[in-house]
Structures are given as C-alpha cells and as structure tokens.
Design a protein around this ligand. Structure first.
Ligand code: 13P
Length: 255
C-alpha cells in the first residue's frame, strides 16, 4: 500500500545552470516513466524555479522539493523562505530537520515540528529527517533517541492522508562518509519508527507513512535496503548528483 520513494537531496551543490542541466539529464533518463515509484529532487532554493521549469517543459516524472522552509507566513525574517513561496513555484515536498541543519544551524525538534505544520497547511509534503550520531550509536541508545525525535517532530500533527507525510531515517555517521548502515541496521530503526507511528496515529495511518533510509545510499547498495519491510525508499545525497546513477536507483526501486 505504500508507494516507494526515491528522493535526491542535492544539498548545497549546483549553480542555476548546472541544476537545469542535471534536471534535464534526469528527465531524459526517466522518460520511460518511473512505474509505481515516486521520484523527488531537492535542489538548492535558488535553483528551484529553474528545475520547476524543466519538469513542466519535459513533463518529467519527478516532483520538486525544497531543502528547508521557515514556519512564518511572511515578514521580517531575512534570508528565509515561506511555505507559500515554495507552493507558488511548484514545490510539492520539502525536506525538514536534516542533520546538517540541526548540527550547523541549531535547528531543534520544536522548530521541525513547526515547519511540518506550516508546510502541511499549504499542502506541501514534509520529508522529515531523523537519525543518531556515532556517539549515540556506540552507546547503543540509537533506537530510543530516534523514537524520541519522532515523538517531538510529529507532536500535534493531523495526518489525514498518510502519503502526505514522509520520514527519512539518516544515521549521521553514514552521511557522506561512504560508511553505510547495513540493511538490518536500517530495518531496526525504521521498524521502531513504524511502531512509534502506530502508537501516535494508529495502525492504518502508520501503515501508509513512507519511511526512507538515507546515508551513503548508492546504485550498488540500494536494493538491499529496499528488501526490508519498513524501508520504503531512500533519501540520496551524493549519488543524486549524477543523473544516470540516480536513475539506476529509481530503476532498482521499480524492480
Ligand atoms: P549521502 O547520500 O551523500 O550520504 O547523503 C545522505 C543525505 O544526507 C541525504 O539527505
């Protein structure tokens, strides 16, 4: 009942023209369609409009995501982007709570919860990230840590359509390090996330929420993650910056 999702987080890479070239390349790679798989790309904010235009012109089978948002509607918040601005340029998803935003920009679970509510009020699907540091993993408290993040990040959310809220489990020690979690590591935490969602939202809603794995996912290791019961796809960083490799990951998810 859950459609698989492959999402590419381009992070702070690609100028406007480079982003257009990458989106055009991906549109060509995927011109035969993506079957039952939802494909999403998240370029930097200044590139969103350019990628939106490629999607429209090429009728590309992927959706547009932002990498961040502010929860206020408008006003004196220099440097920030409001949900209605994302909506207006055709972004239908937005990553929130990425560990890089938590670590380098001090985002808290409370902030992430406000961002989710603001996005959902505009019909934009949050891709809400969680995940533990190496220190927590080594202490063996990673499951409790992530469950606590999920509880705080989803507090008071009203999820009427479970396909419109996505979680990405990204263990920090596996991000950009080439060191992946094993598929069993991913299942352990994604399964615990699912159980927590059952407690919060009930069986039916929890069964419809996608939980993605992220952290050095690539064309060679993606299939192993996708075999796991509670892993519904991937949030891909580095490997999403090459159209052919990213398209290969989409094709693995279609298989
Ligand atoms: P990498 O795939 O580069 O490890 O990044 C994962 C990630 O942080 C996606 O949001």
């Amino acid at each position: 009942m859950r459609k698989r999702m492959i999402a590419g987080n381009w992070k702070m890479n690609k100028t406007f023209s480079e982003a257009v070239v990458l989106a055009e390349g991906l549109a060509r790679e995927l011109e035969g369609g993506t079957g039952d798989v939802d494909v999403v790309v998240a370029p930097p904010t200044v590139d969103l409009k350019g990628v939106a235009e490629v999607i429209e012109k090429e009728e590309a089978p992927f959706a547009l995501s932002a990498q961040n948002v502010y929860w206020q509607e408008a006003g004196a918040y220099t440097g920030e982007t409001a949900p209605n601005m994302l909506e207006a340029i055709g972004a239908t998803y937005c990553i929130i709570g990425h560990s890089e935003r938590r670590d380098y920009f001090g985002e808290t679970d409370e902030d992430i919860n406000k961002k989710a509510k603001a996005l959902m009020a505009h019909g934009i699907v949050p891709i809400s990230c969680c995940g533990e540091s190496l220190e927590i993993r080594e202490a063996g408290t990673h499951v409790e840590f992530v469950v606590d993040q999920i509880k705080k990040d989803t507090e008071g959310l009203e999820i009427t359509d479970p396909s419109k809220y996505v979680i990405a489990y990204e263990p920090i020690w596996a991000i950009g390090t080439g060191k992946t979690a094993t598929a069993d590591d991913a299942q352990e935490v994604c399964g615990a996330i699912r159980k927590t969602l059952v407690d919060i939202f009930g069986e039916e809603t929890a069964a419809g929420i996608r939980v993605l794995y992220g952290g050095s996912a690539n064309p060679s290791n993606i299939a192993g993650f996708l075999e796991k019961e509670d892993v519904d796809g991937a949030l891909v960083g580095g490997a999403s910056l090459k159209a052919d490799g990213f398209a290969d990951m989409v094709r693995s998810a279609m298989a």
